[in-house]
Write a protein that binds this ligand. Sequence first.
Ligand code: CDP
Length: 227
Amino acid sequence: MKGLRVAIDGPAGAGKSTIARRVAEALGLLYVDTGAMYRGITWVALQKGIDPADAAALANLARAVHVELRPEKDGVRVWIDGQDITPFLRDPGVSRAVPAVSGVPAVRMRMMELQKDLARRGGVVMDGRDIGTAIMPDAEVKVFLTASLEERAKRRVKELRGYGHRIDPDQVGRELAERDRADAAREFSPLVKAPDARVIDTTGRDVESVVEEVLTLCRTRLLKGEE
Ligand code: CDP
């Protein structure tokens, strides 16, 4: 399994990061959370008072910052310019601004470059929106994870409450739907299912059974490769 590349894409709140991390752990592969990279740069932009609509300022920022993903026991941590900013990645303000920031071509090009470098080494499980189409189009295993909007909103409400945020469930649902719309509508590497991705609808399913399904795909793919 050492060189295996697994691409996991899908809409907001479909459970990509939970599944991707578990699959990576089970197979001893590196887990790369590309959403965390876009969230990280968005948080820095907001800290610096950059307007998420200011593409030129965001492009300059993307060129100037040093983004690093550090895998640790409790998950991947994001360091930007020597600061661990992981605790801020799920802030509602970051979630609202991230589609605008990630839609700026220069920001994407910079992040995609870093992601392609990580992918080139092989032995990765990477999750995001354009992994099976743009970052690892030749990945051995491609999965497109979905779930009903209602279920995705329910999971996100639970997650945000766990972080201590006060939230309105209806607003969470509206914001997830709006983020999907923006991610799918952008011109440059949008959220789209790769033609050869396996669609897994996780509505009403537990994490364990989805992880098992992805692991089975990985094993089947490896057996085929050895024929
Ligand atoms: O966890 P959740 O599904 O809410 O989102 P995420 O994976 O953390 O991604 C946050 C945002 O980053 C997305 O809504 C996209 O705007 C952007 N993103 C992207 O454009 N391309 C990726 N490969 C990953 C994330």
